[in-house]
Write a protein that binds this ligand. Structure first.
Ligand SMILES: Nc1nc2c(c(=O)[nH]1)N[C@H]1C(S)=C(S)[C@@H](COP(=O)(O)O)O[C@H]1N2
Ligand SMILES: [Mo]
Length: 243
């Protein structure tokens, strides 16, 4: 079982490893300054995204990117209202899971009203509900060598499946949800049925729709073209799309 303590230690290591100015030029930053820098970064990343009141929700929330995966496999699942869909949770976990939608709905739930910001320049406020990703990762027994969480989606762009990834800071953030409901109704196909990610400190393309599989990994190098997501691989989008 991962504890708060191991998570924070792991987070520091992740930030250090990912920051060239720290690792490449140790002489430029004293240990004390490095520690302060890490604390600031961690505190900043842990902050909550703004939440809104029910009446502030957008009357219209655009569907963007894939509006329907429209593969034979997805269409068969949708025709049966996702009763046969299973969320696979595997990779660096002690107990791989195959969760039904009913099981996901029976976990402790969180609801939040947040603003979605698309890189293309539009925003919309909506309500999202589902279990926290942390709850599912703990159920699966995420291992200490896991550093990233990868979301494999049902939709394809040619031979490429949409995928996205986040680090453990975002995976364990309290507002990071596996959302199955939007504005108090089941997610529509357009908005990512049966389950999509909400990772509220980042831009729209990180909010993976149509999740089929969640994989815990130690490196992103072997996934897709290695940049951590479909748009990162194909269009050079930033992997960390902080807002
Ligand atoms: N599987 C999948 N997830 C996706 C996309 C997609 O095309 N496929 N588009 C992304 C982009 S760019 C945005 S802005 C949001 C749009 O979510 P919405 O359709 O609910 O507005 O989903 C993101 N997640
Ligand atoms: Mo987007």
């Amino acid at each position: 079982m991962i504890t708060r303590r191991t998570l924070i230690v792991g987070t520091g290591a992740t930030l250090l490893a990912g920051c060239d100015s720290l690792t490449d030029s140790p002489a430029l930053m004293s240990a004390e300054n490095a520690h302060r820098f890490l604390q600031r970064s961690i505190n900043g990343r842990a902050a909550l995204a703004r939440e809104f009141r029910a009446e502030q929700r957008s009357p219209f929330f655009r569907v963007n990117g894939t509006a329907n995966p429209n593969t034979p496999e997805y269409n068969a699942l949708a025709a049966n209202r996702f009763a046969d869909w299973r969320l696979r949770v595997d990779g660096l976990v002690a107990r791989p899971l195959n969760l039904s939608l009913a099981q996901i709905q029976s976990l402790p739930q969180r609801a939040q009203i947040t603003r979605h910001d698309c890189v293309e320049g539009w925003s919309a406020i909506g309500k999202w509900q589902g279990p926290r990703l942390e709850t599912v990762l703990r159920l699966a027994g995420i291992r200490e060598d896991a550093r990233y969480i990868v979301f494999h989606c049902a939709d394809r762009f040619g031979s490429q499946a949409y995928y996205e990834s986040i680090d453990l800071v975002d995976a364990f953030h309290p507002q990071t949800l596996l959302a199955w409901a939007m504005n108090d109704a089941y997610l529509s196909v357009g908005h990512g049925a049966p389950v999509r990610l909400r990772v509220e400190r980042q831009l729209g393309y990180k909010q993976a729709k149509y999740i089929m599989r969640i994989e815990a990994v130690s490196s992103l190098a072997a996934i897709g073209a290695g940049k951590g997501g479909y748009w990162e691989d194909s269009n050079g989008y930033e992997w960390y799309a902080g807002i």
